[in-house]
Design a protein around this ligand. Sequence first.
Ligand code: CTP
Length: 402
Amino acid sequence: MQLAGKKIILAITGSIAAYKTPHLVRLLVKAGAEVKVILTPAATDFVSPLALATVSKNPVHSNVSDNSAWNNHVEMGLWADVLLVAPCSANTLAKMAHGLCDNLVGAVYLSAKCPVLVAPAMDEDMWLHPSTKRNIDIIQSYGNTIIPVAHGELASGLIGEGRMAEPEEIVSFLFSFLQKKNEQPLKGIKALVSAGPTYERLDPVRFIGNFSTGKMGIALAESLADKGAEVTLVLGPSSLEILNPKFEIRRVESAEEMYEACKKVFPSCKISILAAAVADYKPDNIAPDKIKKQGETLSLTLTKTQDILATLGKTKKKGQTLVGFALETNNEKANALKKLKVKNADMIVLNSLRDEGAGFGHDTNKVTLIKANGKSVSLPLLSKKETAEEIVNQIMLLRNAQ
Ligand code: CTP
């Protein structure tokens, strides 16, 4: 019984697909789960609470209070191992994206500390609407998981995308989700990731920086943490908001601060990925007062910063895997190979600015992984999250072969 002992709250919302939920409850119970059902008031038009109470063998609630008794949504949220919102209407999806809480489902969702799986169900036009897409992105960014919609006949009679996944598919998705969650191949392993730009101060109001946002490094830290690693992210001045980080974040500003932070953490880390875009040069002096406008030209003297990757590479011990990035505009492979050798890295993630959708600021990336054993892997254009997954998988393969 793959769900033995698992406590699941099934939240049903107002969609015709709700008629399939008694069957879904039966499948969950059959797999060994304890199921408690909550509904939005609109869902009660599509499925009978009595049928759900019978198959789940638990009381069913659709209001924050029943007959003057308060349904403790906080307790429900804490009780569950998984909150499954199925079917999730466009309306509930929008409320989840924006924190609206005008019914019991909203209150339990906002109180839940467990993973939340969402099986959307709506007509194709609603599913493809930009606001729905945005809401899906938003709730995913909060760490919720979407169960893909199916293609087929819709309530409108049209054929298209937007059908709720079949109950059997939902249960199978849940099996794999929980299995994946338990698989923590990097459990007990410490990892370091550097990310973002660095700012080198010129005077109290100016700095020399670059366009890095930190997206790729943050995705790497997430992917490592999802696999059980204990991650420290050394992050330069990035404006990205990291919601519910699963890792420790050390904020730094300059290349020197980044070097100091990385140097401290590196010796205890088995995996280090240096994805930051570090300034290669810094101003010789930081002017104590704002530099005033004077002549037609202004010359600055810059001094080389410490190359963090190369320095860590020098002290690398057996069993430590060190990965660097190379952002190139020409002679990409040759330059990346040179960096791999000179900096004593085990792998270089090569980004070419000539590839569309790759590099700073995009949500996508296209990289080639160049390994010290001479092998290279070219990945297609993927989201930064997918790219991070692939990079971490390749690092695990490298470590297995060590
Ligand atoms: N790097 C670093 N410290 C620096 C400069 C770079 O740790 N002072 C790391 C980056 O985080 C990256 C790798 O070195 O993992 C390559 O960075 P990149 O800017 O592509 O190369 P550079 O060595 O700076 O060489 P160049 O600017 O000449 O391409």
